[in-house]
Design a protein around this ligand. Sequence first.
Ligand code: NFA
Length: 102
Amino acid sequence: MSDPRVKTRPKTSTKPKVQRPPLWKVILLNDDYTPREFVVQVLKAVFRMNESQAYRVMLTAHQKGACVIAVYTRDVAETKAKEATELGRANGFPLYFTTEKE
Ligand code: NFA
């Protein structure tokens, strides 16, 4: 097994390990006060959705209580959720976006 005449050499190549960053979901929560059209405008502005995508997401949250909007790296997800929530607050609405690790 460990024959002193057998020379071993250190491993010279390493496997490149490419790590994918974990993704975070941005979730839109329903409320009873924010106008549907305002929700659609925010989704279009912050999440770069077109009218029909934004309308579908708004309606899903309205009917089911919440809807996953998109996934991003943690920083981007948190920044967008904060920005979108702040747009609601600035206009007097309780609109709320949260994030969750995928
Ligand atoms: N439920 C709100 C309304 O009926 C619309 C809404 C949808 C609010 C999705 C927040 C999220 N005006």
